[in-house]
Ligand binder design. Structure first.
Ligand code: ATP
Length: 604
């Protein structure tokens, strides 16, 4: 059932078929009152007035319920998170100078009415660009009508936003309930589409950059139900990177890429040069993302050219020089890590992924049931991050503790075993949601044997493992993630002559030689307490530009904060005589969060 009366439409007691009735929008102002100019399709809820052009869609009960639930969600979302500063809106600043209005309408060719609708303000303030007071056009960022942030922009193109205020998409309220939306790279571009008649337009808040943390809170409430998402980023390198990341987060199947006319790099330039009608045509002609799994060299033309001109680049480094020399990482790849029980596989992988996250902004998702309860794991991660023991020890101030917890909240997510079986499909589905909602780029499964192994009829263990590794590799490629699988070796026998245990190798992983064959990287963690050394064997790196296989890196493990310090192995002269051990150790007890914002990353 659809409640037409709620919208002032009299259906004369009918609830199916098509009728004509009085239009609630224009009837009062009509000379010919009572004219039945509104055509209503009662079954489909679609209404159209042939006199004033009023269009309305009346939802059915189920849609209405969903809408209310979404509004409730939105209400809750807008109360969160409270630790951000919230500026107050000053209506007095909405009185704009003639110069600004002229700039808006004549130089930018934007619709005058938007100035009031978007509650644009004008203010003189000091901007970081030249530290002088400048007159600024201010884009106010509202959510549910509440001011969340403001972007100040001067004629000299200096910018600032409110310190400590949350970054959210510009004009987010406009897409709360719409089936489609347009995402632009700047506010002027969003206004260009609005000037052309579209209302469902938002802009990213901080230009083209691949850290999209600002959208995490809105994925479920504002993007999940969208059928089509137009991505109207700039036609330059940074814009392309933004475009890629938005497509990765929002799902290629519903994204369309908007391209602008010759000589125009963005929507506003297109509007100025070719006009509003033409700008709307860019939407109609927006490019669909090519079919998955079907490629030609044309699809890769630009990447191939870059590769041709620049050569292959090293991957993402960790900051451990000795390790980086032989192993760097790319997303879209899989890593298998192994080692004897208790040798520090989890400890090492924890530090590896924290380093990648801090240096490259790669957010982490863990399925790590052995690290349960999850707060034990958080405590270990905080020790590595701060370089301090977890607890109220000297140096661990309340501020640092809160900073660490907030950083973990923004960058690390745990998938916990719930009531559902922990099959690989279940974990990958959760991980997929985290890619969309939180921008995750690293998935750690630690360890493999804690997954529920559900063999299909007729499937052997070998077939199961091969299929599982195939699923991990496909997930890595499809979602451009680094997938890290920790796997235990089979029981190792001691050398009968020496009684020594040889080190674990990738072919020793329990179940199949395919762990080594199918992964892109193979690492083996081996601890030697007599030498006080940990050796990480880099047994496989599939691509030579990323590193070299059959190499290793030595570390000292610091028990207090769980960090791995790079070192070399040599003869150490001590009171008990000369014996092999660590030399040239690179001690590091620095607080890694020192120079970073809670949601950001460290680039050193
Ligand atoms: N080199 C080391 N020296 C001393 N303690 C270590 C070392 N490496 C790891 N540990 C400690 O050993 C314990 C086990 O480490 P971790 O869980 O990382 O090992 P693992 O190889 O993943 O074990 P498992 O095979 O049981 O999953 C942890 O408490 C860790 O702090």
């Amino acid at each position: 059932m659809r409640n037409f009366h709620q919208y002032g439409i009299d259906t004369k007691g009918r609830n199916s078929g098509k009728i004509k009735t009085i239009c609630p929008k224009c009837n009062d102002t009509r000379g010919h009152k009572g004219d039945k100019s509104l055509a209503v399709n009662l079954s489909e809820g679609v209404c159209y007035c042939h006199h004033c052009g009023y269009k309305l869609y009346v939802p059915d009960d189920a849609e209405e319920r969903q809408r209310k639930q979404r509004q409730e969600q939105l209400r809750k979302v807008s109360q969160l998170p409270s630790h951000f500063r919230r500026p107050t809106f000053d209506p007095a600043k909405a009185k704009l100078s003639e110069k600004l209005e002229k700039y808006w309408t004549q130089e930018r060719c934007l619709a005058q009415n938007l100035l009031a609708e978007l509650r644009i303000t004008e203010e003189c303030t000091k901007l970081p660009g030249n530290n002088e007071i400048e007159n600024c056009l201010c884009f106010n960022y509202f959510e549910n009508g509440i001011l969340i942030n403001t972007k100040y922009r001067s004629a000299l193109k200096h910018f600032k936003m409110v310190t400590g205020a949350e970054l959210i998409p510009y004009n987010i309220d406009a897409i709360a309930d719409t089936p489609e939306c347009i995402i632009t790279e700047g506010e002027f571009d969003a206004c260009a589409f609005m000037s052309a008649g579209r209302k469902d337009v938002i802009s990213v808040p901080a230009g083209a950059q691949s850290n999209l943390t600002w959208m995490d809170r809105f994925v479920e409430t504002h993007f999940e139900q969208k059928k089509v998402i137009y991505i109207a980023a700039d036609e330059d390198g940074a814009g392309q990177a933004l475009r890629h990341e938005l497509v990765r987060r929002l799902g290629a199947e519903r994204c369309r890429l908007v391209h602008f006319g010759p000589g125009c790099k963005d929507a506003n330039e297109h509007l100025i040069r070719y006009g509003a009608e033409s700008l709307l045509i860019t939407l109609a002609q927006a490019e669909e993302i090519p079919l998955e799994g079907v490629f030609t060299a044309e699809d890769y033309r630009e990447d191939l050219r870059a590769l041709f001109e620049n050569g292959l680049c090293r991957g993402a480094d960790t900051g451990w020089d000795n390790f980086d020399a032989n192993c760097t990482f790319e997303t879209g790849r899989s890593v298998v890590a192994t080692g004897s029980p208790g040798h520090g596989k989890s400890e090492f992988i924890d530090e590896l992924v924290l380093r990648l996250c801090l240096r490259h902004g790669w957010k982490i998702a863990y399925f790590s049931p052995e690290n349960s309860p999850v707060n034990y794991h958080h405590a270990k991660l905080i020790e590595k991050l701060t370089g301090l023991q977890f607890g109220p020890v000297p140096g661990m101030t309340e501020e640092l503790y809160n900073h660490s917890v907030n950083w973990l909240t923004a960058n690390v997510t745990h998938i916990l075993p719930g009531t559902d079986a922990c099959t690989i499909d279940h974990i990958l589905e959760k991980a997929r949601q985290l890619v969309y909602r939180r921008g995750v780029r690293i998935l750690v499964i630690d360890p493999l044997n804690r997954l529920d192994q559900q063999l299909e009829p007729g499937q052997t263990e070998l077939m199961y493992i091969t299929s599982l590794l195939g699923k991990l590799n496909r997930f890595a490629v499809q979602h451009k993630c680094l997938v890290i699988l920790v796997a235990h070796p089979r029981k190792m026998n001691r050398n009968t002559a020496t009684g020594e245990l040889r080190r674990v190798e990738m072919n020793d992983i329990n179940g199949s030689a395919n762990f080594g064959n199918m992964s892109d990287y193979c690492l083996c963690v081996s601890r030697d307490d007599a030498k006080q050394l940990v050796t990480v064997y880099i047994d496989k790196v599939r691509f030579k530009h990323l590193g070299s296989a059959n190499t290793d890196a030595k570390f000292v493990y610091n028990r207090l904060n769980g960090r791995y310090w790079p070192c070399e192995e040599d003869i150490v002269h001590g009171p008990d005589g000369d014996k092999p051990g660590p030399v040239n150790t690179k001690f590091d007890n620095e607080n890694w969060l020192k120079n970073i914002a809670e949601q950001g990353c460290l680039f050193n």
